[in-house]
Design a protein around this ligand. Structure first.
Ligand code: SF4
Length: 77
């Protein structure tokens, strides 16, 4: 099984967006919320308040994305 970036603890997410910017910097060499393989979206109601939509059509297992999260939401599995 290939390794992936997994949003394992999104109940902790504050929506800060650091993971989106880090993902775009690593994969595309720029700081972009919209052009990132990680998209943080508000959920419709209740907890968790945010979800991570990840494009698994590309490499995602970057430890930098996992490590930038101040809430420790991610794992690499
Ligand atoms: S870095 Fe962590 S807390 Fe911030 S938006 Fe991403 S998952 Fe949420």
């Amino acid at each position: 099984m290939p390794k992936i970036l997994k949003p394992a603890r999104m109940v902790r997410c504050t929506g800060c967006g650091l993971c989106e910017l880090t993902a775009s910097r690593i994969a595309k060499g720029k700081l972009s919320y919209s052009d990132s393989f990680v998209q943080i979206r508000k959920t419709s109601s209740g907890q968790p308040f945010f979800k991570a939509v990840i494009d698994y059509g590309q490499k995602t297992e970057f430890p930098e994305v996992r490590d930038i999260c101040p809430e420790d939401c991610y794992e690499i599995e």
